[in-house]
Design a protein around this ligand. Structure first.
Ligand code: HEC
Length: 319
């Protein structure tokens, strides 16, 4: 694999578009100069090249929670290095992440952040090597899953946090219903599962309007099994969900099974072209609907049962 991060970013057609692995490879093949020659750096770039493309669009909404988890001590308020990539508000954090870097000249601070996570110089004094296998026992260091997300964010063009529709609830972080084995994922995600310790995540994109329904539900970080999209009129367990397999059931009351899908590279969307729009299941403007994706996970994890779910997503439909 002879392509690298610089080559990917230098290829303008890749910036800001959903880049397929094939496109990245063919793009990078055109780039002849490896701009980064140190052994350590080559290793990092190689890891980047091999990082899984989790789904079509990795935005800063995906990467931001990783920086919050790993870098807050010095890049949330104090602004070491001249930026706060872990600022709690993702829009402000993204703005800082797009400032020019001194560590990786000609690149953004967001780019340099990923380089430094991989070369082991950040989090500073954290004792991390950037190799998740070696860093496994150190709670300060990024996990393999977290590194994959931030690398995908860079490789797919450092997209801003896109406008999302709906509000996440029931992530297993709050009492009285934490995840059944203390297996909370990231905030705004479902409980951790055997295939992804960050937990599967459900977001909505597009307009939740009855007259102009463009809403698409998108679940990511799913295991390779079937994923069931459901809708309910109410949030289960007063919003915190109720224990369900290895995770939580987030929706209740008039539950409708919308569709079962097979995730592709961990991602499943509904509706797909040709499907009925979500609004056919909505009675009137002002209806509040609660969505979740449940999935089977055969691997033995947490409890003996084989079910888990994403976070819940609450959407208010407008006229
Ligand atoms: C304990 C404090 C501390 C933590 C935690 C920390 N940093 Fe830093 N960071 C610093 C300091 C101090 C500097 C300035 C000195 C330097 O660049 O080495 C810095 C500088 C940087 C720079 C250079 C900015 C530029 O313009 O090139 C990047 C990138 C960076 N940090 C990324 C991160 C990331 C990503 C994390 C989390 C994974 C992180 N840091 C966690 C202290 C920290």
């Amino acid at each position: 694999m002879a392509f690298n991060l610089h080559a990917i970013l230098a290829c303008p057609a890749r910036i800001g578009v959903a880049a397929s692995l094939h496109a990245l490879v063919s793009c990078a093949a055109l780039s002849v100069v490896a701009t980064c020659m140190s052994t350590l750096c080559m290793l990092s770039l190689c890891m980047l090249a091999l990082a899984p493309r989790a789904h079509a669009q990795t935005t800063f909404a995906d990467a931001h929670p990783v920086f919050v988890a790993r870098c807050s001590g010095c890049h949330a308020v104090v602004g070491f290095g001249g930026f706060n990539i872990a600022y709690p508000d993702p829009v402000s954090a993204y703005t800082d992440a797009q400032a020019p870097s001194y560590y990786s000249p000609g690149q953004t601070k967001g780019y340099a952040s990923v380089v430094r996570m991989l070369d082991g110089t950040m989090p500073m004094n954290g004792g991390c090597t950037g190799n998740p296998a070696l860093d496994a026992g150190n709670p300060l260091c990024a996990t393999a899953g977290e590194l994959a997300i931030v690398q995908a964010w860079i490789a797919e063009g450092q997209l801003p946090p896109l406008a999302m529709t709906g509000t996440s609830f029931c992530s297993g972080h709050q009492d009285p219903t934490p995840c059944p084995c203390g297996n909370a994922g990231l905030p705004s995600a479902g409980c951790a599962h055997a295939a992804n310790e960050l937990g599967a995540r459900l977001v909505g994109r597009g307009s939740a309007s009855l007259a102009q329904d463009g809403l698409v539900l998108e679940a990511t970080r799913l295991p390779a099994s079937s994923a069931l999209f459901i809708q309910g009129d109410a949030a289960a367990g007063t919003g915190q969900g109720q224990v369900f397999g290895d995770g939580l059931l987030c929706v209740t009351t008039n539950v409708v099974r919308l569709r079962t899908r097979t995730p592709i590279a961990g991602t499943a969307r509904h509706p797909a072209p040709g499907d009925a729009p979500l609004s056919v299941q909505v009675q009137a403007p002002g209806s509040v609907k609660h969505y979740q994706v449940l999935f089977r996970n055969a691997a033995n994890y947490c409890t003996a049962s084989t079910w888990n779910g994403t976070n819940g997503l609450r959407v208010t439909w407008t006229p």
